[in-house]
Ligand binder design. Structure first.
Ligand code: BTN
Length: 335
């Protein structure tokens, strides 16, 4: 099933009415009269609303009352009280989809709008970096955002790096959890992977036309189960989930906070204010200062990770030799 944030459906009207009157019971007849839909339709919508994670209590002779909101990232919930100008103001939600990234790429080709977000409860063929799979069971947070950046094509490596900083900031603000940033785009806790970012882009006369940022967060997944699946794959270094940190976290608050932080950083990038982003990323980085190893197309590079350049490239020093890396999976050789 697919839902979006902009269509006025019977289900949404019933839900909005229940939300607006959540201190009282509403009879099926009243809902039917006010909303001009049959009592059977009211009943069907209430059943569906319950399957979407809301608690609607029903009492004989009194009717229905909404007593608890959902934790699902339904599109009308995500846009409600969202403090961004553009990002996330149009949302799609899939109960199950192959990959939000692929859906976003299709939508980007059809719509010039910026900031559209595509969210999924689970993905059957989630994509990771370097052609890997992203294991996407229920309990994770998976979404893609469509952008049409003004920034120069040379900043394309910096963009997902900056986005990982936005997520780290949002997690700190909403969950009071500190995360480290592993070059290029990974978020980690105690050296294990918590979240990853993926960018797909199309270009037109040396300019970025569409950019789709995909984000996967191990929110409330069974990390041991995912580790079992991934153990023998390249670049595996352990999996961790936010729920294991034993803090009360509302997924909607986290996603909304990320969208606010991402919008700030996106504006900074569009205005070429890269220095601030790089210095904040470096403060949170677990890579800078470590000995690392990376497989590049030109062969293996080993050395000390010195810094990232203003285009996001990683500067590595081995003896007198300085190498700049733009892509690849690094291994931290020192703790
Ligand atoms: C990585 O390998 O670290 C990047 C993972 C990105 C996964 C996200 S989940 C939402 C979006 N849809 C996908 O198919 N992949 C990205």
């Amino acid at each position: 099933m697919i839902y979006n944030s902009f269509e006025d459906t019977g289900l949404l009207r019933v839900l909005q009415f229940l939300k607006a009157h959540d201190s009282e019971y509403l009879s099926g007849q009243d809902l039917s009269d006010v909303l001009h839909i049959s009592r059977v339709a009211v009943w069907k919508h209430i059943k569906k609303i319950q399957t979407l994670g809301y608690t609607v209590e029903s009492k004989q002779k009194e009717g229905y009352k909404l007593t608890k909101k959902t934790d699902l990232l339904l599109p009308w919930e995500v846009i409600s009280e969202l403090e961004t100008k553009i990002l996330g103001q149009q949302a799609y939600y899939y109960e199950s989809v192959e990959s939000t990234q692929n859906e976003a790429l299709k939508i980007a080709n059809e719509s010039p709008d910026e900031g559209i977000i595509i969210i999924a409860e689970k993905q059957t063929s989630g994509k990771g970096r370097s052609g890997r799979k992203w294991i996407s069971p229920k309990g994770g947070i998976f979404f893609s955002i469509i952008l049409h950046p003004k920034f120069d094509i040379s900043k394309i490596t910096l963009f997902p790096i900056a986005s990982s900083l936005a997520l780290s900031t949002a997690i700190e603000k909403t969950c009071k959890i500190t995360t480290e940033l592993k070059w290029p785009n990974d978020l980690t806790i105690k050296g294990k992977k918590l979240a990853g970012m993926l960018v797909d882009a199309s270009f037109e006369s040396n300019k970025i036309e569409n950019l789709v940022l995909g984000v996967g967060i191990n929110f409330e997944i069974n990390s041991k189960e995912v580790e079992k699946i991934l153990k023998k794959t390249p670049n595996f270094y352990g999996v961790v989930s936010l729920s294991e940190q034993k803090k009360k976290i509302k997924p909607k608050k986290l996603l909304q906070s990320f969208l606010v932080e991402l919008e700030k950083i996106y504006e900074e990038l569009n205005n070429n204010q890269t220095k601030k982003i790089i210095s904040k990323w470096t403060e949170r980085s677990s890579t800078i200062g470590k000995r690392i190893e990376v497989d590049t197309q030109q062969g293996k590079v080993k050395g000390e990770a010195l810094k990232i350049d203003e285009d996001g490239g990683l500067i590595v020093k081995e003896g007198e030799k300085i190498t700049k890396i733009f892509a690849g999976d690094i291994i931290h050789l020192t703790k």
